[in-house]
Design a protein around this ligand. Structure first.
Ligand SMILES: Nc1ncnc2c1ncn2[C@@H]1O[C@H](COP(=O)(O)OP(=O)(O)OP(=O)(O)O)[C@@H](O)[C@H]1O
Length: 523
């Protein structure tokens, strides 16, 4: 980090009103050094600082430093005029497609700092936009997530970025399965803005269920956002909200993340009620997810290996499915998606100014959440133990190969199963297909997930539903996966609660591209 000598700076335009609007965004320093707020970037003219911006060949810096370089506002982590009279700017510099390095610009100032303070505040405003600055985070690191390595990821790739962004961090390394449930159940809501699991999708599931167990569950789920640093093998939450499964890129997305209302699903099974944020599956996908634990060391590849092993078996999963179908035509679903993407004003949850709901009363539970509510919204359609409502569509499926219900688009990197999913449309996306199609067709079907053609594949039934019940038939045992967790092989019922939860997202929407051609849908 190079330091300029301490001399008064001049804010260009401050003594020349006629040019002020164009030039007051520029700080001038001696020897031709300047910092300018231009478009969506900070433009730095400073050869000494430009050394780390030299072009790279095979990762090695070559050539002379450029005369100037720009730092996207998105990458600016913090800026301030320090007590000792220096202007500092911390930013994240992409050193590869996967990693950032933190760089600091420091310029000692003279006496004339009020204009610089103003300039620095403008830079902060542009760097953060509507996102909350200096978020107060409860961080939960699962050392055993995915292929392992969450400790290192947190220490080396994530924590330095959060610290540079002046976030306040309260970090817990989880010691046993289920610990995050208790932590979130007992968290002081007013001390944190966000809970950040550094894990796979298992820990966010625990966090949401911990908040859901509280007597003030609705308030807690609304007030505390969940954000995700990807350290597991699937990392769906981070893919959808941060647009990446790379930890340091996710960290920057969280620093700049906006509070976004997020649908959650209630699952009733036996006498329990739990929350699901991601998916439920029965059939080939559930088996791949839950039957490949021994391949955990493979990271994301374990799902591919699992699929390849099972595609040829043509196993069938007979069942009854009842659904409250809201949309069944793919053209209608594309139009709905277009409306959500382009017209929705309900994409950002305001920061905490008077938005907090009154605390809800109710008994606090320390054991499994029971069906009676416990601060969660009441169930509109009853539970698995009630009669199926008359207006639901019920059918028997003797040849089912896969049933998959999702609330997010990507289930893993490159696995955009629920192309039309939206974060707060109050609807779940359901896909299912027969299991006795040829292996070649199956492979084509699964490949179409990666190419973005899955939604339009004629073998795929795609629906938007607000509730459903799944009842397995004629099978002794099998896999049911709720957010990747193994639950008993018993009937279950699901209903969605619009905007019950809050997440941090990069843009107030999912990062997936949507079903092909949605832009041209007739709305
Ligand atoms: N210290 C720990 N020891 C053992 N299990 C833990 C510990 N901390 C958390 N867990 C459990 O590990 C499970 C898996 O966690 P996590 O989601 O982080 O990783 P993952 O399953 O590898 O990710 P993915 O869902 O992407 O495959 C969670 O259900 C959690 O309860």
């Amino acid at each position: 980090m190079a330091m300029a000598e301490p001399v008064p700076v001049h804010v260009a335009g401050s003594s020349a009103p006629e040019t002020q609007s164009a030039a007051s965004n520029v700080l001038l320093f001696p020897r031709g050094v300047s910092l300018a707020l231009a478009g969506d970037s900070l433009v730095v003219k400073d050869r000494t600082q430009a050394r780390c911006h030299r072009s790279k060949l095979c990762g090695i810096s070559v050539g002379d430093p450029p005369a100037e370089f720009s730092v996207p506002f998105y990458n600016v982590l913090w800026t301030e005029v320090t007590d000792t009279g220096s202007l500092t700017i911390d930013y994240a510099l992409a050193i590869s497609k996967k990693h950032f390095r933190i760089c600091t610009l420091t310029y000692p100032l003279g006496e004339q700092t009020s204009e610089v303070v103003k300039w620095s505040n403008t830079l902060l405003m542009r760097a953060y936009g509507p996102a909350q600055r200096r978020k107060r985070a409860k961080v939960l690191v699962n050392p055993y997530s995915g292929p392992g390595g969450a400790d290192k990821i947190w220490e080396h790739e994530v924590k330095p970025l959060f610290e540079a962004a002046r976030m306040s961090l309260d970090v817990v390394r989880t010691k046993f399965s289920g610990e995050a449930v208790g932590i979130c159940e007992n968290l002081d809501l007013d001390s944190y803005d966000v809970v950040i699991p550094c894990s796979g999708d298992g820990l966010p599931y625990e966090c949401i269920n911990g908040l859901g167990k509280r007597s003030d569950a609705r308030k807690a789920l609304r007030q505390l956002a969940i954000a995700h640093i990807p350290c597991g093998s699937g990392n769906a939450m981070s893919c959808n909200l941060n647009g990446t499964h790379r930890p340091s890129i996710a960290a920057l997305a969280i620093i700049k993340g906006v509070r976004t209302p997020f649908d959650l699903m209630s699952i009733t099974q036996g006498n329990t009620r739990t929350l699901s944020f991601l998916s439920q599956s029965v059939g080939i996908i559930a088996e791949c997810d839950l039957g490949t634990e021994h391949l955990r060391w493979l990271g994301a590849a374990r799902f591919h290996v699992g699929l390849a092993q099972r595609v040829f078996s043509k196993k069938l999963y007979p069942c009854d499915i009842s659904m409250k179908v809201e949309m069944s035509e793919k053209t209608d679903i594309k139009a709905h998606y277009k409306r959500e993407r382009t017209e929705s004003v309900y994409t950002m949850r305001k920061e905490k100014d008077g938005e907090r709901e009154a605390s809800l009363t109710g008994e606090s539970t320390t054991t499994e959440s029971t069906i009676t509510g416990d601060g969660l919204p009441p169930l509109k359609f009853g539970t698995i133990n009630d009669k199926v409502p008359d207006d639901w569509e019920t059918a028997s499926y003797d040849r089912l190969g896969n049933f998959y219900c999702g609330n997010m688009a990507w289930m893993a990197p490159d696995a955009n199963f629920f192309t039309a999913a939206c974060p707060n449309d109050g609807l779940m996306d359901v896909v299912f297909n027969d299991g006795d199609i040829s292996a070649a067709k199956y492979v084509e079907l699964l490949t179409s997930v990666e190419t973005g053609h899955f939604f339009d594949n004629p073998h795929v039934t795609y629906r938007k539903v607000s509730a459903y019940r799944f009842t397995p038939r004629n099978q002794e045992d099998g896999y049911i996966s709720i957010d990747g967790e193994h639950v008993p092989f018993e009937p279950f019922q699901v209903e969605i609660h619009q905007g019950l939860g809050t997440v941090l997202s990069r843009n107030g929407k999912y990062e997936a591209a949507g079903p092909l051609g949605w832009e041209k849908a007739n709305v």
